[in-house]
Write a protein that binds this ligand. Structure first.
Ligand SMILES: [Zn+2]
Length: 692
């Protein structure tokens, strides 16, 4: 179980159910001038000491709207580039990471007589960039996959194809992944989860708010099937959307899926067949190269029973059309222009409000960065990651550990027994910074310059075979779940570790030469956020060894839940857009992470001063600079459709609320800015949520 600082969906690359890394559809528009970066060696400093003073809006009282006060001038002027769903601090850094990725990839691609990883990078990148070749092939590359679907006349054969879509284009009513067994994290297990939907969440099928998107989806399904040469595309599209609506009705909500206890249901494969006999499990597992698996962990057992019954009740002809559509939908970004455009029109424009496709090179960088992630990462780190950043980060993390240790000792609501176990969990927390010590070996992956479709499929299959291969061995504790060039961070509950890729260790998060208050408020709050995931409403269920096991005294757990529910109620009151509110339950873990993170980071900052006063800089106290830096990392603006999608499908609250929802619960913020009763964000001391 991995929890990221922000969702991958906000990033360039999304990992689809099939395990393939699929670039967001996009086109050949030039990158906006605002994001051109000529000096790739360092991310731009934010103001003279690490904070952008000119971006503040001092006409707003900090206690009325701290997000506006800290960065309103910057945000108000900000224009979202046409090829983006949002823009801000994170995105600007991601753009830099992409530009650097392009530089190292093109260098590798231009190497004469390249061998090994340079040759693989070149072949994959060039296969994407060779638009003339892709255009001339049109739909031909997926013909064999569609023919296999047409030839599948039995339910067993179709279930087999659903299984084999792991690591290929296509989808299944169920998805598989390999992860550490939550109740025995020393070994890997096969996890199975509900799947089968082509829209971002079940709400898109069931909530009248999304009726227009659903209508547009039906038209998109018909368009894709027409382009794929499928018979009766309109009739098939009606049947497919009706089928997915039935699946949506019986699927668990994203809130239910967050529950680590309820989603841990181990079954033998015989028991799985007995649970949901309407689905040919053996055929599915064989297709997924998992026929040897004797035991699986099922995420949503009650949904499995019903989805299996839907499978049995759906005509074979509809199942075939459904499979064909999902192949075409996922393959579209790697086919000729009319497929790329149709895919972007729906997934980019209609679902996210993004006006223009991303430039082809950016999509190529996303593909190579996803499929050969650590090969690119190795080059990225060598070119752009200063080794001294790692040492400074280690010091910061050590400070934050000391700070949280002190906070746990001082908690007034927790018993000594639970405190001792919480301290043990903190003490055994592992930290990874920058890049892996051991790089992944891509040697067996065959990539060819003229075969984009085949390359993406082979890369997906290579990755899936690697995942399945883990089942035979011990848990690899050196493995990373993100590449070094990723601007993000995560906590992994079964590893009990926090991970910070090289690309996030830059301004505005981290700047070795900035005022320390800025680093504690920026990357310090991010480190604190990740550590706090180990102690949020789900992370707290995992012990020091990463085992899902209740280590809490019941009265402590109750007190924790009362505070968590209060935080949830606060976030549920936040309206993002008319009719669209934050879901306090869905975002619970992330909000607890933000609140814990800022407390730990602030304590660590104060400890770093060694009892002395913080200097005043530009008239600002140390605490003021700390909170301003925290707000600075979240300066951003998103398109309305993206925000509407985020609140139903993303466990992270929108950036604005990550600032204003967090600081209002921190006493020191009131002191730092003189926030008083009557100010819009004011909360009475006894009503502030206090957890860690
Ligand atoms: Zn998080």
């Amino acid at each position: 179980m991995k929890l990221a600082l922000l969702s991958a969906a906000a990033a360039l690359v999304l990992t689809c159910a099939a395990g393939l890394t699929v670039a967001h559809a996009a086109s050949d528009t030039a990158p906006p001038a605002a994001v051109e970066q000529t000096d790739l060696t360092r991310a731009p400093r934010m103001g003279p000491w690490g904070f952008d003073l000119a971006g503040m809006n001092r006409s707003v009282k900090p206690g009325d709207d701290f997000f506006q006060f800290a960065g309103g001038t910057y945000v108000d002027k900000l224009v979202i580039p046409a090829d983006r769903t949002g823009w801000g601090s994170f995105n600007a850094l991601r753009e830099l990471s992409d530009t650097r990725g392009r530089a190292v990839i093109e260098r590798a691609a231009a190497t004469a007589n390249a061998t090994g990883e340079a040759a693989q990078i070149g072949a994959l990148y060039n296969s994407f960039m060779d638009e003339a070749r892709v255009e001339s092939l049109d739909a031909a590359p997926m013909a064999a996959d569609l023919a296999a679907i047409k030839a599948a006349t039995s339910r067993e054969a179709l279930a087999g194809l659903m299984g084999s879509s792991q690591g290929r284009f296509g989808s299944g009513f169920f998805g598989a992944y390999i992860g550490q067994d939550a109740k025995d994290p020393t070994r890997y297990a096969v996890y199975l989860g509900q799947s089968g939907l082509g829209l971002p969440d079940r709400d898109y099928y069931l909530d009248p708010k999304f009726a227009e998107k659903k209508t547009a989806y039906r038209a998109y399904v018909a368009r894709m099937l027409t382009m794929a040469g499928w018979a009766n595309p309109d009739k098939a599209a009606d049947a497919i959307v009706a089928l997915e609506t039935r699946i949506a009705e019986v699927s668990w909500t994203k809130v239910e899926q967050r529950d680590a206890d309820k989603t841990y249901n181990p079954f033998t494969t015989a028991e799985l067949t007995a649970l949901a006999p309407a689905f040919p499990w053996q055929a599915y597992l064989k297709g997924a190269s998992l026929s040897g698996a004797e035991r699986v962990i099922v995420g949503e057992p009650t949904a499995f029973v019903k989805i299996a019954a839907i499978f049995a009740a759906t005509p074979v002809e509809t199942l075939r059309a459904w499979s064909a559509f999902h192949v075409a939908d996922q393959a579209a970004p790697y086919l000729s222009k009319h497929f790329v455009d149709a895919n972007f029109d729906f997934r980019g424009k209609t679902l996210n409000g993004q006006p223009e496709q991303r430039a082809r090179w950016k999509r190529a960088v996303a593909l190579v960065g996803g499929s050969l992630g650590e090969a690119v990462g190795k080059l990225y780190v060598a070119a752009y990651f200063p080794p001294e950043s790692k040492a400074k980060m280690e010091k910061l993390v050590a400070d934050l550990r000391v700070a949280l240790k002190g906070r746990i000792e001082r908690l007034d609501w927790m018993s000594p027994e639970t405190k001792a176990r919480a301290q043990a969990k903190l003490a055994s927390l592992n930290v990874k910074i920058g890049y892996p010590d051991k790089w992944r070996d891509y040697g067996a992956l065959s990539l060819t310059a003229g075969d984009l479709y085949g390359n993406v499929v082979r890369a997906g299959q290579f990755d899936w075979a690697w995942q399945v291969g883990k089942l035979n061995g011990p848990v690899d504790r050196q493995e990373w779940g993100m590449t070094p060039q990723t601007v993000n961070a995560y906590y992994d509950a079964t590893m009990n570790e926090i991970v910070f890729p090289a690309a996030i260790l830059q301004p505005p998060f981290f700047d070795p030469d900035a005022d320390p208050a800025v680093n504690y408020g920026g990357i310090g709050a991010v480190i604190g956020h990740e550590i706090s995931h180990g102690f949020d409403d789900e992370g707290r269920k995992f012990d020091a060894d990463g085992t899902l096991r209740d280590w809490w005294q019941p009265q402590d757990a109750s007190k924790f839940e009362v505070q968590a529910a209060r935080l949830g109620a606060l976030y549920s009151s936040f309206e993002v857009l008319p009719g669209a509110k934050v879901n306090g339950e869905l975002t619970m873990g992330e909000n607890i992470g933000d609140l814990g993170g800022i407390h730990i980071a602030l304590d660590a900052y104060r400890l770093s001063l060694g009892g002395g006063p913080a200097p005043i800089i530009d008239g600002l106290t140390g605490d003021q600079r700390f909170f301003l830096a925290f707000a600075q990392i979240w300066r951003s603006k998103y398109r309305d459709d993206t925000l509407r999608q985020q609140v139903v499908s993303d466990p992270h609250s929108p950036a604005y609320f990550r600032v204003v929802g967090t600081v209002r619960n921190v006493d020191a913020w009131y002191d730092a800015f003189g926030v008083k009763p009557g100010d819009a964000m004011y909360v009475k001391p006894e009503d502030r949520v206090r957890i860690w």
